[in-house]
Design a protein around this ligand. Structure first.
Ligand SMILES: Cc1cc2nc3c(=O)[nH]c(=O)nc-3n(C[C@H](O)[C@H](O)[C@H](O)COP(=O)(O)OP(=O)(O)OC[C@H]3O[C@@H](n4cnc5c(N)ncnc54)[C@H](O)[C@@H]3O)c2cc1C
Length: 417
């Protein structure tokens, strides 16, 4: 038996043992004693024993569809006067809203407080609205949120929830020349603001190892699965035609994020030829959302349920400084033609707290969170869902995706013993 086989066995066996003493589990003494692994990879960098994911379509208990509020020119942080009110915009964060929220809030609040208002109104209670409201409170303002939905019903909680600060954030051809600098500032401020939420009960924000598995070496074209649907011909002109058209800035913050490491064959625990690993931050929405909402109320914040139908209504609010965070709804509300919907769907498998990693394989991403194991299909890169505003669930999409992971776990040698 070669070392790699042993490691694969140890992954599956470790997982079974990790599930904790069920009657069918053979006595540990019955298992062959694993031989020490010799490798040039230092012990600290070898993957730990990983629990298997119970990837079966019948374990899906939820599906979520959301529209990323993509703005081809990057987020709008402009200021305009509406009647008596100064409106500061804070919308259009594409696939990066959770990640950039605090930095964007800081910039919007600085503009809002330039008039030294005692009271501030915030429109929207998605992640951008909530962080804007709390940032204004921390700076001493009294804040009222006006919203038609509370956080739990917003598009924000239908996201994936990883640190992805430059996912669908702008088109290279349309982003303002200095947007890279603004983005970097937003990303760095956010990163600092996440720090106090690490290590708290319930892990509102945490780090996880993410394994990237490929059939061909990383960075080379991967075999294409012929069963994936083809991207429809673009129904827009001048829009992106490939992932390369989307602005990318993460190289600017390489100093604060972990770099991917290739796993040599003798420490690659997966039955796939190539594996690399990086460690990244993610958000557990329930716990994190609860902390944010609690802080907002503890600081005397008020929430008024209200649906605005035209910008002129903002001019009649008692607060004369308004931060507008309507997410994708800005396209119609503010008649912002730069807003493009980017549909995304996630399927949720019953939580497995023993699974403490994420993985990406054959265009499927898995992320184990406290409230479920997220399964997301990624085919067509950044273009997936571009200009698609259909928010209905396509169950087949999630079932196809989980089948990829089911097949992956079926390939572990222990299943063929
Ligand atoms: C599938 C998917 C995966 C994603 N993954 C990630 C990720 O991993 N990391 C990441 O950082 N980002 C991710 N995102 C992006 C992120 O979810 C968004 O950028 C973010 O949620 C936008 O938040 P928001 O507060 O601007 O908008 P929303 O959550 O849509 O909130 C808008 C708020 O405004 C209110 N509102 C709107 N119009 C009105 C009105 N007329 N009157 C009153 N109230 C109004 C709404 O009720 C709501 O409260 C993902 C998105 C999707 C779809």
């Amino acid at each position: 038996m070669d070392r790699r086989h042993l490691l694969r066995n140890s992954l599956a066996l470790g997982g079974v043992l990790g599930l904790g003493g069920c009657a069918a589990t053979p006595a540990p003494t019955a298992a062959p004693a694993p031989k020490p692994v010799s490798s040039t990879t230092p012990l600290m960098d070898r993957p730990p024993v990983l629990a298997p994911i119970r990837a079966h379509a019948d374990r899906f208990f939820d599906f979520k569809v959301c529209l990323r509020p993509f703005r081809t020119k990057g987020p709008n942080l402009g200021v305009e006067q509406v009647g008596d009110a100064m409106v500061v915009h804070n919308y259009g964060h594409g696939g990066s809203g959770w990640s950039l929220s605090w930095g964007s809030a800081e910039m919007a609040v600085q503009k809002a407080l330039s008039r030294s208002p005692k009271e501030v109104a915030v429109i929207g209670s998605g992640i951008i609205g909530l962080t804007s409201a709390i940032t204004a409170q921390r700076a001493g303002a009294q804040v009222t949120i006006y919203t038609r939905e509370l956080l739990a019903r917003t598009r924000s909680v239908r996201a994936n929830g990883s640190w992805t600060p430059d996912s669908r954030i702008a088109l290279t051809s349309e982003a303002p020349a200095n947007f890279g600098d603004t983005w970097e500032q937003m990303a760095r401020i956010s990163w600092k603001n996440f720090r106090p939420y690490l290590g708290l009960a319930g892990n509102p924000i945490a780090f996880t190892d993410h394994y990237y598995l490929t059939d061909a070496p990383r960075g080379t074209p991967q075999p294409v699965d012929p069963t994936w649907p083809k991207l429809p011909p673009p129904s827009w002109t001048g829009g992106p035609t490939s992932s390369e058209d989307f602005a990318r800035y993460s190289d600017r913050i390489k100093d604060i994020t972990a770099h991917p490491q290739d796993l040599p064959p003798d420490v690659n625990p997966f039955p796939v030829k190539y594996a690399s690993r990086s460690t990244s931050m993610f958000f557990n929405f329930t716990e994190y959302g609860h902390l944010l909402t609690t802080e907002f109320f503890a600081r005397g914040g008020k929430i008024v349920m209200r649906d605005f139908h035209s910008p002129s209504e903002l001019g009649h609010l008692p607060q004369k400084v308004v931060i507008s965070c309507p997410g994708f709804a800005a396209r119609d509300f503010w008649q912002d033609k730069a807003m493009v919907p980017v549909r995304g769907q996630t399927g949720w498998l019953i939580p497995q707290p023993e699974v403490n990693y994420a993985l990406t394989y054959r265009n499927v991403q898995i992320l184990s969170k406290s409230d479920g194991i997220m399964v997301m299909a990624l085919e067509n890169g950044e273009l997936k869902g571009y200009n698609n505003s259909d928010e209905s669930v396509n169950r087949a999409e999630s079932e196809r995706a989980v089948k990829v992971i089911e097949d992956l776990f079926a390939r572990f040698p222990v299943n063929r013993a």
